[in-house]
Design a protein around this ligand. Structure first.
Ligand SMILES: Nc1ncnc2c1ncn2[C@@H]1O[C@H](COP(=O)(O)OP(=O)(O)O)[C@@H](O)[C@H]1O
Ligand SMILES: [Mg+2]
Length: 249
């Protein structure tokens, strides 16, 4: 484990939120998620720590679309320039902002009732949250879950209700797909969590929000359509957007 990662996780140990880091759940381009044993005082058995990687561990993507999406949050043009030019300073500031964004979105969406992991704490480059899973491990992402056809309709309905709750809170996820939804097929009353929120946008201020909403809905619908669900995603998006604009959500 990188010293910077260890440092980030040690903060949660010092705060008596976790007692031990158990195993990495998944390591992506920018972050690694660890399963941790929760401190008994938290009332949880496990917690998930998402730790954004230190600069030298990351594979930095340089394509224009990716950067465009991410530079939208900069109000400081000097930092934006440093980031787009790929300087170490710019990249570090960028990733610290990224953690802050994900933490802020997680809290706002949780408070709005969206089915996201319960936020616990942020420290440095890490976020501590509810671990969606159990003794036997994390729940799978929707893409890897074997959703039987008779469950697909209800999951799609619940996902749509969550997309609506997000928009009600003025958010569009922006990277919603079967890779960023966790499902627990055993728990019929609480079967999903929406994760991976740093890129979420405020629909009031982001001119691309409607397009992003449409892409999110289309991407998820394709998954469910293959499993027998029949719906009209264009009508869903149009109706949702119209009601949100009229403040009728
Ligand atoms: N709260 C959580 N509980 C259980 N597993 C999680 C949790 N958050 C993330 N994961 C796992 O970690 C993976 C990566 O998390 P994610 O937030 O999507 O980061 P990224 O895609 O940017 O690497 C997810 O695909 C999921 O398998
Ligand atoms: Mg993800």
């Amino acid at each position: 484990m990188e010293p910077e990662t260890k440092e980030a996780l040690d903060a949660f140990v010092d705060l008596a939120l976790i007692t031990e880091v158990l195993y990495p759940v998944k390591s992506g381009k920018e972050a690694t998620v660890y399963a941790c044993r929760a401190h008994p005082d938290t009332g949880a058995d496990f917690l998930a720590a998402k730790v954004y990687k230190h600069l030298r561990e990351r594979s930095f993507r340089n394509d224009a679309a990716y950067q465009e999406n991410r530079t939208a949050m900069y109000h400081n043009t000097r930092v934006k320039r440093a980031y787009t030019n790929g300087t170490e300073f710019g990249l570090e500031v960028h990733f610290m902002l990224w953690v802050g964004q994900e933490w802020e979105h997680l809290n706002k969406l949780y408070n709005a009732g969206v089915y996201v992991p319960v936020p616990v704490k942020t420290a440095g480059r890490a976020i501590l949250m509810e671990f969606y899973g159990g003794e036997e491990g994390p729940c799978p992402i929707l893409q890897h879950a074997e959703v039987p056809r008779e469950r697909a309709g209800d999951l799609w309905k619940l996902l749509k209700a969550n997309i609506e709750m997000m928009l009600q809170a003025n958010f569009v996820h922006g990277d919603l797909s079967p890779y960023n939804v966790l499902v627990d097929l055993e728990d019929a009353s609480d079967p999903l969590r929406i994760i991976d929120l740093p890129q979420a946008v405020d629909a009031r201020f982001n001119p691309n929000a409607r397009d992003m909403l449409k892409r999110d809905v289309d991407t998820c619908y394709r998954y469910f359509e293959k499993r027998g669900v029949r719906d009209n995603p264009n009508a869903f998006v149009a109706d949702l957007w119209r009601r949100w604009k009229r403040a009728e959500l």
